[in-house]
Ligand binder design. Structure first.
Ligand code: FPP
Length: 238
């Protein structure tokens, strides 16, 4: 086997297929999300044990507000419950928790649960698990532009080179202190990126698997990581 790459530093996953999994089992869609949360737990622990530094999971997009109210409300409760129940896991495994996305749209209690866990784990040095919540790349980039417009004078911005502006944008995205994505996985069979980390995944290796998220296992992730190590990455060079 020809190994071209070291292990990925940053894995990002679009967790798709919860609804279809539930339908296959004759269950409600919400049961698919509940089962999906168990897989989030397993994959996170496995990444922590495998010395992967960063794992970003797409848990709720800016477009997911179009779903039925009942499903949204279930997802919000599930998230809050997860953050509370998993507290011990983050502490025991030295996992840092972070969120990207605009959390202002969430209930005060969910916002507090997020901020508390971020604060509690801020000095943890093992895996950083990042949940993308009310996240969409267009929204993130637009918020970054607003931030820059408010903090830099127009005169100063107009004198910068495109490269300097790109660095400024990079340093002000929600992901400011995180490395770019090396490996982007989507479960559930669709082959699209769905407004996820468009800037940060510019040179990511893409993996699409038909496995529905509730059926995704650490064995499959291990196999995909093996494929990642065999790929040739050139970053635009030769
Ligand atoms: C996509 O599947 C999944 C989501 C929109 C939500 C992801 C949520 C979880 C995995 C569980 C909760 C997460 C945490 C962090 C506790 P879908 O509903 O679009 O599936 P479908 O395409 O089969 O309908």
């Amino acid at each position: 086997m020809n190994l071209n790459n070291a292990l990925p530093q940053h894995i990002a996953i679009i967790m798709d297929g919860n609804g279809r999994w539930a339908r296959q089992q004759g269950k409600k869609r919400t049961q698919g999300h509940k089962e999906g949360a168990k897989v989030v737990r397993e994959i996170t622990q496995w990444c922590a044990n495998s010395h992967i530094p960063y794992l970003t999971l797409y848990a709720f997009s800016t477009e997911n507000w179009k779903r039925p109210k009942m499903e949204i409300s279930y997802l919000m409760k599930l998230l809050e419950k997860y953050l509370k129940e998993e507290r011990a896991t983050y502490l025991k495994n030295n996992i840092r928790f972070r969120v990207i996305g605009d959390i202002n749209a969430f209930s005060t209690s969910l916002q507090n649960a997020i901020l508390e866990l971020e604060h509690l784990t801020q000095n943890h040095t093992n895996l950083t698990q990042i949940l993308a919540l009310n996240y969409g790349s267009h929204n993130e980039i637009a918020r970054t532009f607003i931030k820059l417009a408010n903090s830099q004078s127009q005169n100063k911005l107009s004198k910068l080179t495109a490269q300097e502006v790109a660095e400024l944008i990079n340093a002000n995205l929600d992901t400011a202190t995180l490395p770019d994505v090396d490996m982007l996985i989507r479960t559930g069979g669709e082959k699209r990126i769905s407004n996820f980390l468009l800037w940060q995944a510019s040179y990511a290796e893409l993996f699409f698997t038909p496995t529905l998220w509730p059926n995704f296992t650490t064995d499959e992730l291990d196999k995909l990581m093996g494929e990642f190590c065999e790929r040739q990455r050139r970053f635009g060079g030769l």
